[in-house]
Design a protein around this ligand. Sequence first.
Ligand code: SF4
Length: 326
Amino acid sequence: MQSEAQTLVQVRGLKKHFIVGKGLFRRGNLVQAVNGLDFDIHQGETLGLVGESGCGKSTAGRTILQLYKPTAGTIHYQGVDITTLKHDALLEYRRKIQIIFQDPYSSLNPRLTVGNIISEPLLIHHPEMSKQDRLDYSKELLMQVNMNPGFINRYPHEFSGGQRQRIGIARALAVKPEFIVCDEPISALDVSVQAQVVTLMEELQEKMNLTYLFIAHDLSMVRHISNRVAVMYLGKIVELSDRDEIYEHPQHPYTQALLRAIPVPDPVYAEAHPLQSLEGEVPSPINPPKGCYFHPRCPMATQICREEAPIFEEKTAKHFCACHMV
Ligand code: SF4
């Protein structure tokens, strides 16, 4: 599934399972949060990763960050399998890849000043820097995210959601990362602020040659920023392609259903194509259905769908999909 673009991250057969509800007399249940992912992220691109709550997209992002140890599979970063890294090599990897969290209200320590929040990663990765140098650098970073450097001594509660997310972005940039996992960075923000944050992230990407994995629960959020889009359902990627291809020629019934649920600003189009929300709930990852995981909700399901899992494969040029009927 490789294109001519240079691969920065290569994920193969990635699984992350958790045991939940384990006790002294209980064996617990196996949650198959991520259940066999295969995809590449190209240098300098934004890969959008989309799916409903509970589909495993955040777990996938955190496993790539090595915040979780994978249950199976490999993650190569610049050709090196990072699941085997230890000590200094792991620390260096952790510098190169950073995360921006969803909730700008809970991801910033309320007891620290903005300067201390932004310069915190420098304590780990650049212990040789003096306190004054760290604070001076934090002011520069605040300017990079279009905030007043005079805010350095203020506290998170003094800022709006959009401003807090900018502080979170400045913190992620402090150690000059190459790759950022953006874990639903605009989902908690007002719609009016979402576009500003996305524009800022695009400007920073251009200026700093960053690569993004941009996680969102809705296809409308990733359309503007993504070069390619991957759609996840119950721990698996069901479709992946270039952005325009996915939006104009969706192949998988799940992607088609997600697109039908997006409101369109054009009233004439909206009247001709009424919104259709997807029926049913995502099945439990503790007990996923046999065959295609989407079959209980799929209007196109046939007998084979209930028995055999479809293979995720290239159906047309650079367009990957897992569906028996495509
Ligand atoms: Fe629907 Fe069958 Fe395709 Fe699954 S494999 S998405 S159930 S048509």
